[in-house]
Design a protein around this ligand. Structure first.
Ligand code: PMP
Length: 410
């Protein structure tokens, strides 16, 4: 698989010009944006969708009899159907719009936790989780006295599946696990993990924040019980995300927040709740962001994951090869996916990131919201380069040259 140059990318994948911000410069240098794990840049069609809805449609959804409200509602519900098709859910009732992965996981921890977990019950997470799949369970632990069990990782940065199989007990109520590590780039064998958990009658929540942008998601084929992702990491706007949940679970779970739209009838004596998915969507949702997210998913589908995966994989392999030539280079994790974490010699990750920034190269530095993983690795942080469909071989070369330049300064 060859890595696409700028020109080939232009012709075969998506025009970089679809992403206006990529043509800007920083410090007088062309922007090299390699912080896509944190958030992706937006194509013009997503920016247009936001502008267009505010210019022409804006009205609150599900509330008005008037024309604009009905049109906004139609766009909002069409967006839900687009998400449903994108992740192959059975029905739109299983698609809850949230603010992002974090809110989706908090919703499950609070609501599933309320309905199905008691003191002493157990949730399994892994050593490579983002804080957003650790802290919600700790909040539940503080409220209800649940127990958090942690699946260790191997020195290569993979889940220790043998150890995982030993963690199930009659008190295990849920397994919550990331699909792709935002630090190590490990793609976890979620299908096997789900099968293992289901054999113990344990439902599974997949944190798909780092997988949905890079590979096709099929919740029915996976048979996961919950799946969470963020719009802004898949070329969509900020402030919108998705919780997929099997209807059989969502039906039995109590509302997460109370307010407008999530109710059936309200009186001071007794309130009934709306049907799915509205039971979980209290208050005015970010309907504009939902429409724009649908345009982002259309954009991704238009290119297709076959092309996206081939391009990103080739780019990641090329980057690992080139980076490995740098003296003192230390990688963390296998980088199966479009994420490469590293340290160079004794250079502090923050110094390296700051100096790369001065060369126009945006990378992420620090603990990447995964402090327990940093403890496991025995480090404080890494530099992380993470790729998207618009990145090029030339940008990888700029990164490598930039690191070499910084290294020579130390
Ligand atoms: N999980 C993983 C694996 C992530 O990488 C991130 C974002 N860095 C999150 C969850 C949280 O996503 P958000 O901040 O969009 O809610």
């Amino acid at each position: 698989m060859s890595v696409k140059s700028d020109t080939a990318l232009e012709q075969e994948l998506a025009p970089r010009s679809s992403f206006p911000i990529l043509s800007r410069s920083v410090y007088g240098r062309p922007l090299v944006y390699l912080d896509n794990g944190a958030t992706t840049q937006k194509p013009q069609c997503v920016i247009d969708a936001i502008t267009d809805e505010y210019l022409n449609v804006n009205a609150n959804v599900h509330r008005g009899v008037h024309y604009l409200s009905q049109e906004a509602t139609r766009l909002y519900e069409e967006a839900r159907a687009t998400v449903q098709a994108f992740i192959h859910a059975r029905s739109t009732a299983e698609i809850v719009f949230t603010r992002g992965t974090t809110e989706s996981i908090n919703l499950v921890a609070a609501s599933f936790g309320e309905a199905f977990m008691r003191e002493g019950d157990e949730v399994i997470v892994t050593e490579m989780e983002h804080h957003s799949n650790i802290v919600p369970w700790q909040l539940l632990q503080a409220r209800k006295g649940i127990v958090i069990r942690v699946c260790p990782i191997t020195d290569e940065g993979r889940l220790n599946l043998e150890a995982l199989s030993q963690l199930f007990t009659p008190k295990t109520r849920l397994l919550a696990c990331t699909h792709v590590s935002n630090v190590l780039g490990t793609v976890n064998p979620v299908q096997d993990i789900i099968r293992m958990a289901h054999a113990h009658d344990v439902p599974v929540l997949i944190d798909a924040a780092q997988s949905v942008p890079h590979m096709a998601a099929d919740v029915q084929a996976l048979d996961c019980d919950f799946l969470a992702f963020s719009g802004h990491k898949v070329y969509g706007p900020t402030g919108i995300g998705v919780l997929y949940g099997k209807e059989q679970w969502l039906e039995k779970m109590p509302p997460y927040m109370g307010g407008g739209e999530m109710i059936g009838k309200v009186s001071f004596e007794h309130t009934t709740f709306n049907v799915l998915p509205y039971k979980f969507e209290a208050g005015t949702p970010d309907y504009v962001a939902a429409t724009a997210l649908a345009r982002a998913l259309d954009f991704v589908s238009g290119i297709g994951f076959e092309a996206i995966e081939a391009h990103e994989h080739a780019l990641t392999v090329y980057a690992r090869e080139q980076l490995s030539q740098i003296p003192g280079m230390r990688f963390f994790g296998p980088s199966d996916d479009a994420v490469i974490s590293f340290l160079v010699g004794n250079i502090h990750h923050l110094d390296l990131g700051t100096l790369l920034d001065r060369l126009g190269i945006a990378v992420r530095t620090g603990h990447h919201c995964a402090e327990p993983l940093m403890h496991r690795l025995g480090i404080e942080g890494t530099v992380r380069a993470s790729f998207a469909l618009y990145n090029t071989k030339e940008e990888v070369d700029a990164l490598v040259q930039g690191i070499d330049r910084v290294r020579k300064m130390f």
